[in-house]
Design a protein around this ligand. Structure first.
Ligand SMILES: [Ca+2]
Length: 195
């Protein structure tokens, strides 16, 4: 049965759930045609399977560029080091904090996203370096990552599978130097429409 619905989804054919069975409609949308559907376990399972199948075939893009940013501190009042530099797709601009451990930067979106991976680039100089960081997601979970390659040329790549995320906070829990920060944050995923 699972394979059958996967084939239907691949063909862009919608499945409509009736209390007495299933029928097909020439629409890419999944539609509810009976008032019992929302509490029907079979239908919920079908929705989950369709979503999993669609997610397997989606190509993630850098959604960090759609986020607004906020930082705990900034190295100076000039825009040279402000938080917006971490998602401008420019490896020559950077956020630098003012202080030691536990400075943080937050990325926030207007709508939820499915997240597959994150890349963190250290600051450009070799004096300041992030030695350990913790990423906290809006669903209450978090993940730790080890030292970023010094100098910001290569990123630390973090693989995740997170649904319905509308913000994340990167806390620099262990650093070297007085003004650690990040050159760039790349977050790969897609809009999580729950279909
Ligand atoms: Ca940048």
């Amino acid at each position: 049965m699972k394979a059958f619905f996967q084939v239907l989804a691949a063909l862009g054919v919608a499945v409509t759930c009736f209390s007495v069975g299933f029928s097909l409609q020439p629409s890419p949308e999944l539609k509810l045609n009976c008032k019992d559907c929302e509490s029907c376990e079979s239908y919920k399972k079908l929705q989950r399977e369709l979503k999993t199948f669609k997610n397997k075939n989606r190509k993630p893009s850098n959604i960090a560029i759609k986020a607004t940013t906020k930082a705990s501190t900034v190295h100076s009042t000039s825009s040279q080091y402000n938080s917006a530099n971490v998602n401008d797709e420019d490896l020559s601009t950077e956020w630098a904090a003012y202080g030691l451990e536990n400075q943080w930067i937050k990325l926030e979106w207007n709508s939820p996203y499915y997240i597959k991976s994150i890349k963190l680039f250290d600051r450009i100089n070799s004096v300041d370096q992030v030695l350990k960081a913790k990423i906290s997601f809006s669903d209450g979970t978090d993940i730790s990552c080890e030292a970023l390659p010094n100098g910001g040329v290569e990123p630390n790549f973090i693989k995740v599978e997170k649904e319905s995320i509308d913000s994340l906070i990167i806390n620099l829990s262990k650093v070297k130097g007085l003004n650690a920060g990040l050159t760039e944050v790349e977050v790969y995923g897609w809009s999580d429409d729950n279909h």
